[in-house]
Ligand binder design. Sequence first.
Ligand code: CMP
Length: 166
Amino acid sequence: MSVVSQNDISTILAILQQIPLMAELNEQDHLEVIKRISLEYFPAEYAVFHEGDAGDAFYIIKKGSVKVFHELPAGQDTATMAMPGSASPKEAKTLGSNDFFGEMALISEKPRNATVQTLEECEVFKLRKEDFIQLVSSTPGMASRISDEFLKRLKSNSRSQEESPS
Ligand code: CMP
């Protein structure tokens, strides 16, 4: 028996369609996936996952903000290292409403390349890896937005690796 009612599905769909990444979603094509998207609530300063973890899900921020950063090895006095594109060298990259994260490990089949931690209370849509792959492969507009951002982040990360002293 399904625990998601038709009402729930219409409500979830309407919320998702307001997110530019999900604008193309429609109930007919994606019913099964929509049923499996969950809305998670995280408190402030909660680590959604850590750098090096295996990638098992994709996230879209509905409300709130998160920081994306590299963790320095234990014993070093600064807790975090900035991501490229951050406002200051000591600042992590910040993502807010409608931004997504967690796509890189799923696409590249590599571990998480950064830690993501909430800056305040957050509401975040979560899609498991299998559902993400299914949704992206059947929604060309979404696939192209995600791959554009993936390439931008990849380029910016590899540029900063080249620039940082070894
Ligand atoms: P993933 O590697 O799965 O987990 C860490 C996430 O941080 C990564 O996916 C991206 O979603 C995000 N991320 C990595 N690099 C950047 C960057 N330069 N700018 C914004 N987000 C990033």
